[in-house]
Each structure stands twice: as structure tokens, then as C-alpha cells.
Ligand binder design. Structure first.
Ligand SMILES: [Zn+2]
Length: 214
């Protein structure tokens, strides 16, 4: 079987989505790109998370052709591939309709940078415009609007996160929902205190250069 290790990683990351309350039923997906071959491992379409095994993951080429796998790849595959094609630095991507973050998508509001944890995602989580699901249009909107952020909320739809690995993108999907939840709760009782741009820059730098184990 091709890319056994990456299949295992992507499978595990997919299981984190229901575990963290980010998805219901079959919606949502994680993919990972192999740096050596450029092949992408992604969740199969319409498969519930509890039925998944590493062998169910579908391996696709950059052109969307299935290279290995008996199942159809996720309907969001073209979106993932468009982003990978245009961001050579990205090797993992996640899509969810996680409820607190998606409520910002419904209101057409970015998630403001009002928590220090926002810096992990690059500050404010930008809003992408409406795009029909399943194609490269969403990918194009993500590329145009995401900037330095590792997450974006797409109007009337949900969340996409990116990272240097499937694990990082998955972590960001969990963080986005947590930040969205806290921000939402705060907005019920008042006006959030926004971080100043220099405060965000300082912390983005800290997270990207000094955080974690050396
Ligand atoms: Zn979706």
C-alpha cells in the first residue's frame, strides 16, 4: 500500500474531528500531502468516521486522479488540491462545519483577534466570500483571503484550516472552534477587547519561532 505512514496519520487526524465535536455524521475531512511524491491522502466521500480505517483513505495525484483506493475521495478534494497547488509550504488541510466558528460564517464576520491564542492562527481569522461547494472556487477564495492565517471561515459554509502537516491543520481546527466559542460567549455580554496589531505580531512571532519543544 502506498504512503502507509501518511495514511495512518491522516486517518488518526480524521478521527480527531468527531472526538472534538467538530463534525457530525459524514461531513468534514482531513488531508495530508506527501512532501516527496506530492501525492495527497484524503478521507473518502460519504464515509462515517467510526467506519474508517487507514486502508479506506484515498490517495490522489495533484490532478485529482485516484492513484490508490477503492472509494471515491471526499467531495472537497478539488478544494484541498487547489490550496496545495498554490501553497507549497502547506502539507495538511482540514475542513469542518464546527458550530461556533460556522456561526461567524453565517453572520459573514471574521473572528476577531481578542485572545492570545489567536496568535497561534495568525491573529484575526479572516472571512472568505461565498463559493459553491466542492470545487476549486473555494480553493481560490481561500488562497486570496487567508494571508498569513492558518484558518479561514467561508461565508455561509464553515471552516478550513491549513498547516505544515495534517496534525498541525487538525490542531488549528480544534483551536479555531475554541476561540470562536469563547469569542461568541464574550460577545453575548459585551464588546470584546481587541488585541493591538503589534501585540498580535509579537505573539505570532513567538508561536512560530519559539513555542513548543526544541
Ligand atoms: Zn463543507
Amino acid at each position: 500500500m502506498l504512503l502507509e505512514k501518511l495514511r495512518e496519520i491522516v486517518w488518526k487526524c480524521n478521527l480527531e474531528l468527531p472526538k472534538n465535536g467538530l463534525v457530525k455524521m459524514t461531513s468534514g475531512n482531513v488531508s495530508g500531502r506527501d512532501p516527496e511524491t506530492g501525492l495527497v491522502v484524503i478521507k473518502p466521500s460519504g464515509y462515517s468516521f467510526e467506519e474508517l480505517t487507514p486502508a479506506h483513505m484515498v490517495v490522489v495525484g495533484p490532478d485529482g486522479r485516484v492513484v490508490e483506493g477503492d472509494l471515491e475521495p471526499s467531495t472537497d478534494t478539488d478544494t484541498h488540491l487547489y490550496v496545495y497547488q498554490n501553497r507549497p509550504d502547506i502539507f495538511g488541510m482540514v475542513h469542518t462545519h464546527s458550530p461556533y466558528a460556522s456561526s461567524f460564517a453565517v453572520l459573514g464576520q471574521p473572528i476577531p483577534a481578542c485572545l492570545t491564542a489567536s496568535a497561534m492562527l495568525g491573529g484575526e481569522i479572516p472571512l472568505g466570500g461565498y463559493a459553491p461547494i466542492g470545487g476549486a472556487d473555494i480553493g481560490q477564495e481561500i488562497i486570496n483571503k487567508i494571508g498569513r492565517a492558518l484558518a479561514i471561515i467561508m461565508q455561509n459554509h464553515g471552516v478550513f484550516t491549513i498547516g505544515s502537516s495534517a496534525q498541525e491543520a487538525t490542531k488549528m481546527a480544534i483551536e479555531v472552534e475554541e476561540i470562536a466559542k469563547i469569542t461568541h460567549l464574550a460577545m453575548l455580554r459585551g464588546q470584546p477587547i481587541l488585541l493591538a496589531p503589534d501585540q498580535v505580531d509579537y505573539m505570532v512571532n513567538l508561536y512560530r519561532n519559539d513555542y513548543g519543544q526544541r
